[in-house]
Write a protein that binds this ligand. Structure first.
Ligand code: HPA
Ligand code: ZN
Length: 329
């Protein structure tokens, strides 16, 4: 089968901890003497099969145990940046889960030092830019998120915004209204996972109560016509993750994926990898898979690449340069 051409793209929905490939997890487990469920690659790989979001999160939080020192975070980020760059990613706004590391005794400074070092040399080494969006874990107490926010402020420049992730159903966005308002006061960007497993009401709450500028996933918005009209009118971006949706069974088959419907509705949809080490591929692997399963046209793929830069938090003049590069590709 002929290959799908790679376009310059911004990746807006990828969790750095979700780029931990099993090979690197095993190498870091040896380096740090961290016990894992198995020391065999094949055993570990067999665990990568999920029923839903929670069954994935269980493994995701378990394997993070190998991330202990700044150099572990450097190696993790360098591996992601190299793979993303090879798949056309020119700019990445990358999620990190600080509370997941703090909760197991890894200081915020360790995480930021490692990721900051890798990101600082991304341009020179990988020909791309990268920034962080720190996510609050929605299945933990909002007070914990409020305590974290001021600790993120010294890393401004590296950390450009806040997000909301982890188990969705039962943890609606409005619980985090106060910490998102504080983040807005600090001039940070705001995004939230909503409508992955949760209902359209969670997408509305993320918009109305948290003031988010993008919705991560947002698939279930399509169940609510008025919400779709609003997303279109306000051109609120959705960061869609096709291989993730199939792996976590929010979409039965890639052939049933709502991406073409989102584009047909005029929504600012983008394609992203979410947790590429767990879900079977990086950004262009997602583009290739949806192209094959859904028959996306070259025009639709160009639209998705343009959307990714439009939806990014890059300064307007930098967006324009990237859009020119998409046009020239
Ligand atoms: N959804 C919610 N939380 C997450 C995900 C996801 O896909 N990946 C890592 N944390
Ligand atoms: Zn995600």
């Amino acid at each position: 089968m002929s290959s799908v051409p790679i376009l310059p793209t911004a990746e807006l929905h990828v969790h750095i901890e979700g780029t931990l490939e099993p090979e690197l997890a095993l190498r870091l487990a040896v380096r740090n003497r961290t016990p894992l469920r198995s020391t065999e690659l094949d055993d570990l790989r067999r665990a990568y099969s999920f029923r839903d979001l929670q069954s994935f999160l269980d493994l995701y939080y378990e394997l993070m145990a190998v991330l202990q020192r700044p150099e572990d975070f450097v190696d993790l980020a360098d591996a992601y940046l190299a793979r993303a760059a090879a798949q056309g990613v020119r700019h990445a706004e990358v999620f990190v889960d600080p509370q997941a590391h703090l909760a197991r005794g890894v200081p915020l400074e360790v995480v930021m030092e490692g990721l900051g070092e890798a990101f600082a040399r991304a341009e020179e080494r990988h020909g791309m830019s990268a920034r962080l969006i720190a996510c609050f874990l929605r299945d933990r107490d909002p007070d914990e998120a409020e305590a974290l926010l001021p600790r993120l402020l010294p890393y401004r420049g590296l950390v450009i915004g806040v997000g909301l992730d982890s188990a969705e159903v039962g943890f609606p966005p409005e619980r985090f209204e106060r910490v998102f308002a504080r983040a807005a006061d600090e001039g940070l960007h705001r995004v939230a996972h909503a409508g992955e497993e949760g209902p359209p009401a969670y997408v509305r709450s993320a918009l109305d109560r948290l003031g988010v500028e993008r919705v991560d996933h947002g698939n279930r918005s399509l169940e609510d016509r008025d919400l779709v009209a609003r997303l279109r009118e306000e051109q609120l971006p959705l960061t869609v993750c096709p291989l993730s949706n199939v792996a976590l069974r929010t979409v039965a088959r890639l052939e049933d994926h709502p991406l073409p419907a989102m584009l047909a509705h005029g929504l600012l949809a983008t394609v992203n990898s979410d947790d590429p080490a767990y879900f079977g591929g990086y950004l262009h692997d997602n583009v290739t898979a949806v192209t094959r399963a859904l028959g996306l046209t070259a025009e639709q793929r160009r639209r998705l690449a343009e959307n990714s830069f439009r939806a990014s938090f890059l300064p307007e003049e930098v967006k324009s340069r990237h859009l020119d590069a998409v046009a020239a590709a």
